[in-house]
Ligand binder design. Structure first.
Ligand code: ZN
Length: 389
């Protein structure tokens, strides 16, 4: 709209025009759902359009159900059947994140034969008066005709859509999905089936068949492949063990850490510190092996605080390197002192309180002791140079 203001306008008229303009550009929101689960919808979304309404309805339902079920660490939900796996696992890991970052549908647009719904998850930081985005999901709905002959819009598998023009290369039980111009390092890729077999046999787990490894070009493309247009903390690689899927942000074809998650998919509900600890102990932290990660950790923490058991399991004063490395130290100790069966049994614990109780018994420490840090355990693990497990 072109506008030309003239100096002859009376102040009242001008005020009315300003108010009218403000009402038009202000993001007057519509809402979907009730209470704390409400999904806001921006003004620009054409909610009068019957297809848009249908798509919005499905999306809001799906959003609300995964945000409700997203609490806890269940990673067994269907992959891309709904948004469950993306959101539960890392996009909104816990109920705090779900509460803090409400969803707003920014747009619903028809593109390439389907409807694209872009949803931002953000919170307002009242102190600095800035919007803090967690991420933007880009969900595509495609038309299908169901058995009754009526047409419907269904959520599309983001990865299938993103990688439709990519190539695949199979190396034994691993299928690599990669850009056509990206060559798969076959020598390196051969390590993966050998590693899976060795770990699976050692712990009496079934050897995973038909693992898919998607090799994205960078962390942002990793997110895109999962239908995430923007994410505040993009990971280097991520696994969805139940779906036997690994998504990686580099051309690297051997990912021992993620492969451990896939081998131990039956224990996917294990407490995250035990789950990540075991993957780090057996497969490293994604950059280096456990001994390397442990040395680097202890060096970085030489003058800094190392959390106690209680702090580690309650998430007080601990970060991701604490969880990975100290989790690995704990798993290592349980393995050494009590063997594989005890470790597998421990991996059945899901809640922090249960994990702490089990560990206080296995490692004979006082659960109430908030002072004793895990430093001595970590240093002892570092001194054992040649680990025999
Ligand atoms: Zn991991």
């Amino acid at each position: 709209m072109h506008g030309s203001s003239t100096s002859t306008q009376k102040p009242v008229t001008r005020a009315i025009i300003i108010v009218a303009v403000c009402l038009c550009i202000w993001p007057a929101k519509q809402t979907w759902g009730q209470g704390s689960e409400v999904v806001r919808v921006m003004q620009r979304v054409d909610t009068a359009h019957p297809h848009v309404r249908q798509v919005l309805h499905q999306w809001a339902d799906s959003l609300m159900s995964w945000r409700r079920d997203g609490i806890g660490n269940d990673r067994s939900g269907g992959f891309f059947v709904n948004t469950g796996s993306i959101v539960q696992d890392w996009f909104a890991q816990d109920d705090e994140v779900v509460k803090q970052f409400p969803a707003t549908v920014m747009s619903v647009e028809f593109r390439e034969g389907g409807w694209e719904v872009r949803t931002i998850f953000a919170r307002l930081d009242t102190a600095s008066r800035t919007v803090v985005p967690l991420g933007i999901l880009n969900a595509r709905f495609r038309g299908i005709v169901d058995s009754n002959g009526s047409s419907n819009w269904v959520l599309q598998d983001a990865m299938l859509h993103a990688t439709s023009s990519w190539d695949t290369t199979r190396v034994e039980n691993v299928m690599y999905v990669h850009h056509r111009n990206e060559r798969v390092d076959l020598n390196r890729a051969k390590e993966a089936p050998l590693f899976c077999k060795a770990v699976a046999e050692r712990f009496g787990q079934p050897i995973p068949k038909n693992i898919t490894v998607c090799l994205a070009d960078g962390r942002d493309e990793l997110c895109l492949v999962l239908g995430v247009e923007y994410y505040a903390f993009p990971p280097q690689s991520i696994s969805f063990p139940q779906a036997l899927l690994i998504v990686e942000s580099t051309p690297e074809t051997f990912h021992p850490h993620e492969l451990v998650h896939v081998v131990f998919r039956e224990y996917d509900r294990a407490h995250p510190i035990l789950r990540e600890g075991l993957a780090t102990l057996l497969g490293g932290n994604g950059v280096m092996d456990f001994q390397g990660a442990l040395s680097e950790y202890l060096e970085a923490r030489s003058k800094r605080y190392i959390p106690s058991f209680v702090e580690l399991f309650t998430g007080v004063q601990s970060d991701q390197s604490d969880e990975y490395v100290l989790g690995a130290v704990i798993c290592d100790l349980v393995l050494r002192l009590h063997g594989r069966a005890a470790l597998l049994e421990l991996l059945r614990t899901e809640r922090s309180s249960d994990a702490m109780l089990a560990l206080s018994r296995l490692l004979s420490f006082d659960i109430a002791d908030r002072q004793e840090s895990l430093r001595s355990f970590a240093e002892a693990a570092q001194k054992r140079d040649a680990p025999e497990r």
